[in-house]
Design a binder for this molecule. Structure first.
Ligand code: FAD
Length: 496
């Protein structure tokens, strides 16, 4: 076990998180009546950097301009389709506006050579970050929208750009371009947002149900949070989990947690696990084509797979126990946890290799798929665009198959393992990394940031590092460090 791994907990607490506040702004504004997101000099870069959307429209306007006021309902009609938790087609286009009549925004509007109001620009959100635009520039990723004078024309223009056929009257889950091509290897990169979403939703469910009710559920919660603090793919969620751990004794004295989300009080509810702005209210990769399908449970599976491929051999049994107990105590679906618990109980020998655990999660998921295939066929309860299959299909991983017939598949487990490691490892975070690298030089995420969390741990002061390093294994060190912190704090208090 490397020293670096032993340090990760402390590192996580200290590690910086990405641009706080910008997603919060997205949510706050989306909750208001206006759907277009109001940008200004302060939030322009961070909001455009953080959005999961593939494209952005930026409207430069002036609040005194009558034409802009008349244009607003048109712009809002289109924004309604794409922005906010109730969006008809979320995560595709971020619709924003900047008021150039505000003095503070003058420089920003100048950078885009705004020559009339309203003036609309189009491009990938990251291309707007720290960007400028000049009228005679030959090649630019940012385009001026030259035909967006009405809602219909603006949407037509967008449809032409992205080869879509959205309509102003689309209803939720109608005309849905869900990511139904299950054989597209690249689509998993969208799930990075879903893993955060599912983590935050799972945490919210625990809060709503006040689910930490006994010493057993308390221990189970702590184990799962330890796993997240160490191995979650999102730095934001690792940091949130680590903060909950450090404060746990105060938040849940003798297992009695306070759950309220309001006020200044030190409550579990005031420690949003993946930051204040998640959950956002929608899924990307896990978005179903019907209102009540996929979403959270899909996100939870992806979270479990993504955790499994990030753990080390010595952590595999801890991770197994943490996940089994978590599902058993906190997944509020009786049938699901009953079946899952049976599959957990059937493991008689502790896992020693991370590989075995990765393959166990995979095969367990396939057992659920197999059962649901039959149930969903007879009840028509599944998502028609996402029928259950034994996974991965041959198109996604031909080498995983040694042979197959209608009744059974002979897997090449070495290849399955390799495939899962890559799919839920680098591939899953590729979008995240690509954006981080593209967007900010100062905040550049090291190549391995998402896979070896421990990179962050290098920022731990040397004294603390040595103290933690004495402990024997990563999770042991984590627990030990956390406990010591709690005890120190308590004894400091009792001396006062
Ligand atoms: P999901 O099954 O949620 O899978 C999400 C994505 O994971 C898929 O789109 C695919 O890309 C990938 N994937 C699929 N299979 C595998 C695999 N074997 N290995 C790796 N990746 C894979 N529902 C019930 O009705 N009854 C139950 O008993 C039940 N038990 C559950 C237990 C747990 C622990 C969880 C998390 C969920 C359970 N569910 C159960 C919900 C069910 O498994 C699905 O999550 C839900 O039906 C949504 O399905 P989906 O199409 O989004 O795909």
């Amino acid at each position: 076990m490397s020293l670096v791994h032993l340090l990760l907990f402390a590192g996580l607490v200290i590690a910086a998180s990405a641009s706080p506040g910008s997603r919060l702004i997205l949510r706050e504004i989306a909750d208001q009546k206006d759907k277009a997101v109001e940008l200004n000099t302060t939030n322009f870069d961070s909001v455009l950097k953080d959005t999961p959307a593939k494209y952005a429209v930026v409207e430069f306007f002036a609040h005194w301009c009558p034409a802009c006021r008349n244009y607003k309902p048109h712009y809002e009609k289109v924004a309604r389709l794409f922005n906010g938790p109730d969006a008809i087609h979320p995560g595709i286009v971020l619709m924003t506006r900047v008021d150039c009549a505000m003095k503070t925004n003058t420089k920003l509007c100048d950078k885009f050579s705004v020559s009339h109001y309203p003036m609309l620009f189009w491009g990938p959100p990251t291309k707007f970050v720290s960007a400028s635009w000049e009228p005679r520039k030959d090649k630019s990723d940012i385009l001026v929208i030259d035909d967006g004078r009405t809602a219909e024309r603006l949407l037509n223009w967008i449809n032409k750009q992205i080869d879509s056929s959205y309509g102003l009257d689309d209803q939720k889950f109608e005309n849905e371009q869900a990511l139904s091509n299950i054989t597209n290897y690249n689509q998993i990169s969208q799930a990075v947002y879903d893993v955060e979403e599912a983590t935050a939703e799972a945490f919210d469910i625990i809060l709503v149900h006040k689910a930490i009710k006994s010493s057993e559920t308390s221990a189970s919660f702590i184990r799962f949070i330890q796993l997240l603090a160490a191995r979650h793919l999102s730095r934001r969620c690792r940091k949130g989990a680590a903060e909950i751990l450090v404060n746990y004794d105060d938040l849940c004295p003798s297992g009695n947690c306070s759950y309220e989300k309001t006020g200044e009080k030190n409550t579990l509810g005031n420690f949003p696990i993946c930051g204040k702005d998640v959950p956002r209210g929608y899924y990307m990769f896990c978005r179903g084509s019907k209102n009540d399908t996929r979403g959270f449970s899909c996100g939870l599976w992806i979270l479990m797979h993504s955790l499994s491929v990030r753990i080390e051999d010595g952590e595999s049994h801890f991770a197994f126990t943490a996940i089994c107990d978590f599902v058993n105590n906190f997944f509020m679906c009786d049938e699901c946890r009953m079946h899952f618990n049976d599959m957990c109980s059937s493991v008689k020998t502790p896992f020693k290799k991370a590989r075995d655990f990765v393959l166990w999660v995979w095969s367990t998921h396939n057992k659920v798929n197999e059962r649901l295939m039959k149930d969903e066929a007879s009840l028509s309860s599944g998502d028609p665009k996402f029928p259950k299959i034994i996974w991965p299909p041959k198109e996604l991983c031909p080498l995983c198959y040694l042979s197959s017939n209608q009744k059974s598949i002979d897997w090449d487990l070495d290849h399955v393992y390799k495939f899962l490691k890559n799919y839920y490892g680098p591939k899953l975070v590729s979008l995240y990394k690509e954006k981080s690298v593209l967007e900010s030089k100062e905040e550049t995420v090291p190549e391995t940031e998402d896979l070896t969390v421990a990179t962050n741990a290098l920022v731990v002061p040397i004294g603390a590092a040595l103290a933690i390093a004495i402990a024997s294994c990563a999770f042991g060190a984590l627990a030990c460090y956390w406990r010591t912190q709690q005890k120190n704090r308590k004894s400091r208090r009792s001396w006062k």
